[in-house]
Design a protein around this ligand. Structure first.
Ligand SMILES: CSC[C@H]1O[C@H](OP(=O)(O)O)[C@H](O)[C@@H]1O
Length: 354
């Protein structure tokens, strides 16, 4: 099932808010539709929103090119549109990474070209490259992650939220590793946290794994401690939305609690993420912007009220797990282990010298 597809001048997105009961698509012909889809989590997952934003920039450039204005004014309009796209969700760095990667390319190209049609071609090629790249990053990450479990069988893995094909351009980050372990007959079962309030685990991860015939047990988030205490979990593998240079990890709300539980139960806690999820400019995770979302997401689900009208609500979409609670970070370049400043520094060197 394709979650993201670029077809001529239309971005086709699988509407993830309708899963698992309805498979429906949105045909985006305007960048504002892409911005709304990212904001409303119709397309979601750090890598996937970066990929979607890349294609959204093509639509933004097409609109700017239709303006009856000089090239430079068209460019300024495009840059404004790109800032709007970038601001839709603040925590996942992949969104800003993809937008800035393409905008910087446009700025460089605009030094020698004043042809918006040429600029649109450049943006299209880069957006398609970002998408294609993510497929390969996922594949390599899956191999690297599976190497952590060499010789182990009957593995029971707990995961949180959805870090699968629906969250990326490929097979997933955390779920990419899980799929590889299943492929190598090393996996017994996945325990998927439902992941309140938007239930990405129940609606998306359980859906992906069930569809793939991978044994999956759905649990509510408050059952993770019980599962660990009962000896049901061998390892935790989650995705990430932003990782700092010292290895602090922003991920879906509830991840930090899982990391504390894993530490207490002496269970390895792994994070799977590609280089595009690292914020090489930020050391301390306490500076990662945490997206605060609307109250109704906590007080209702699909329009059914589940809490008193007007109740005060706390709804951060992410939390930050300090690096001290992270056993290792699985990347396409291999598994990073502490000292993370050193190992992430090596990743940065590899990435910036490619
Ligand atoms: C491939 S990791 C994706 C990452 O993004 C998710 O957040 P959201 O569903 O709000 O986009 C979650 O934090 C996942 O771990």
């Amino acid at each position: 099932m394709n979650n993201i597809e670029w077809q001529e001048s239309t971005l086709i997105l699988l509407d993830q808010t309708k899963l698992p009961t309805e498979i429906s698509y949105i045909n985006c012909t305007d960048w504002r539709q892409v911005a709304e889809a990212i904001k409303m989590l119709r397309v979601r997952g750090a890598p996937a929103i970066g990929v979607a934003a890349g294609y959204g920039l093509i639509l933004a450039a097409m609109e700017a090119a239709r303006l009856d204005a000089p090239f430079n004014e068209q460019l300024v309009t495009f840059y404004d549109f790109s800032e709007n796209l970038k601001e839709t969700r603040p925590t996942a760095i992949n969104l800003a990474w993809a937008v800035e990667r393409i905008v910087n390319l446009v700025k460089a190209e605009a030094k020698t070209s004043s042809d918006m049609e040429h600029i649109i071609k450049i943006i299209t090629a880069e957006a398609e490259l970002i998408h294609k790249e993510d497929v390969g990053l996922n594949r390599r990450m899956a191999e690297a992650g599976a190497s952590l479990f060499e010789g182990q069988r009957n593995l029971r893995i707990l995961t949180h939220c959805n870090a699968g094909a629906l969250a990326t351009g490929g097979v997933g980050t955390a779920l990419g590793v899980i799929r590889k372990l299943h492929e190598k007959s090393q996996l017994e079962r996945v325990y998927a946290d439902e992941t309140r309030p938007l239930l990405q685990g129940a609606r998306l991860t359980a859906f992906e794994l069930y569809e793939d015939g991978i044994p999956v047990t759905l649990e509510t988030d408050n059952m993770a401690a019980y599962a660990m205490q009962q000896g049901l979990i061998d390892a935790v593998i989650v995705g990430a939305d932003r990782i700092t240079t010292k290895g602090d990890v922003a991920n879906k709300i509830g991840t930090y609690g899982l990391a504390v539980l894993a530490k207490f139960h002496n269970i390895p806690f792994y994070v799977a993420a590609s280089y595009s999820t690292f914020d090489f400019t930020l050391k301390n995770g306490s500076y990662i912007p945490i997206e605060m979302r609307d109250d109704y997401e906590v007080t209702s689900f699909h329009g059914v009220q589940t809490a008193p009208e007007g109740i005060d609500v706390l709804n951060p979409a992410f939390d930050v797990t300090p690096h001290e609670l992270v056993t290792a970070i699985i990347t396409e370049e291999g598994v990073l282990t502490p000292d993370f400043e050193e190992s992430i520094g090596k990743l940065r060197h590899i990435v910036h010298n490619k």
